[in-house]
Design a protein around this ligand. Structure first.
Ligand SMILES: *Cc1c(COP(=O)(O)O)cnc(C)c1O
Length: 364
């Protein structure tokens, strides 16, 4: 069968390997498999969420509240923005899709970092847009600006902190960059890990409120999949001026968020103490990864989030290490597909990290 020719330009997104697959392929008991590959919160979500979700299970026969009133009120209070400046997606992934479909068509240009979240490219290619990338590994806003002037892209993606490298942009530099961009260019600030950055270094943190008050062309993205521990529920959000959100609504399928998910996210927002505690633990454990890297002479990119990227020299293959770890039940992310001889490891619980160090020490 022939398909839309743009599909030939797309490589399917490769998610972190699921635990089930390792169980099947290597015959390892599921309780012995450790997954540090998708930047999930290893402590799970607030216990209040589980209690609340079990109460709405009886409502499964009915369609969800498509106005998403409770969750919108929660987000609106948290971020001090109005409800018509918020759209909720099945993961912030879906909001990325809305943004691209709302703004780009065949031949449009989309500017992004050399190494960044793979879904920007996948959605952009779906509409036949052309991808423009910087050259540096970390975000370099001067380079972004030069490419912006040269190509006049419809959309610019800025991922801070960046996945899969963990580096974050200085807030003041980001704002002066935004001030130079014309208001017809949509600038997406993907803050999937912003909660972590805000905890570690205030000077690298931006809020949706300050962005959308100052700039009429910025879309801020947030998710419940990372710090809030709800990856399995699929929920994220976009915050922008109301005219942008109104355009995105034309692309939104009805009932894109389930009743259970809406309840989970609403209640998760009410337990900020849980999230802050998880973030503190994650950064405390990260110190052990820095020590590990120093001991083995491995480069680390300073991380402002819940994972760390270990970059190997040419003599050692990060890919081989990832494979050997996998065969022993330790799932980490091989970054070969991004052109890096590196692995990305989500900071786990102390016990999960113990296991990583034990295995990696024996393999290196
Ligand atoms: C995880 C992630 C997302 C989106 O996750 P969802 O689960 O779809 O909300 C978006 N951007 C980046 C950079 C991510 O790492």
């Amino acid at each position: 069968m022939k398909f839309n020719p743009v599909l030939e330009t797309i490589v399917s997104y490769e998610a972190g390997k699921p635990i089930e697959l390792v169980v099947r392929e290597f015959g390892i008991d599921s309780k012995d498999v450790v997954k540090l590959a998708s930047n999930e919160n290893p402590y799970g979500c607030s216990p209040k969420v589980e209690a609340a979700v079990s109460k709405v299970i009886s409502k499964m026969a009915l369609y969800p509240d498509d106005s998403m009133m409770n969750l919108k009120t929660g987000l609106s209070n948290k971020f001090d923005v109005s409800e018509d400046e918020i759209i909720i997606g099945s993961g912030s992934d879906q909001v990325i899709e809305f943004a691209i479909h709302a703004k780009a068509t065949k031949g449009s240009k989309v500017l992004m970092n050399s190494i960044t979240f793979a879904m920007y490219e996948i959605y952009a290619k779906q509409v036949g847009a052309e991808i423009i990338r910087t050259a540096s590994r970390e975000h370099d806003l001067d380079e972004f600006y030069a490419l912006y002037l040269e190509h006049k892209p419809e959309i610019i993606f800025i991922c801070t902190p960046n996945n899969p490298t963990g580096d974050a942009i200085d807030a003041a530099s980001l704002k002066s960059f935004l001030a130079k961009i014309d208001s017809e260019t949509l600038v997406v600030i993907d803050g999937a890990y912003m909660e972590y950055t805000r905890f570690k270094d205030e000077s690298k943190s931006v809020t949706p409120k300050e962005l959308i008050s100052a700039y009429d062309n910025v879309l801020y993205l947030g998710t419940f999949s990372k710090a809030y521990g709800l990856g399995g529920m699929r929920v994220g959000y976009g915050i922008a001026r109301a005219d942008i959100i109104k355009a995105f609504y034309k692309l939104r399928p009805p009932f894109n968020i389930t009743t259970l998910t809406l309840e989970a996210a609403t209640v998760a927002l009410e337990d900020e103490a849980f999230v802050q505690d998880c973030i503190a633990k994650s950064f405390a454990e990260m110190e052990r990864y820095n020590d590990f890297a120093a001991k083995h002479n491995i480069e680390v990119i300073e991380s402002f989030t819940n994972f760390i990227t270990l970059v190997f020299d040419a003599e050692r293959s990060a890919s081989n290490l990832a494979q050997e770890l996998l065969e022993r039940g330790m799932i980490v992310r091989d970054l070969k597909g991004y052109g890096l001889n590196a692995i990305r490891v989500t900071i786990g619980t102390p016990a999960q990290n113990d296991r990583f160090f034990e295995l990696a020490d024996s393999l290196l």
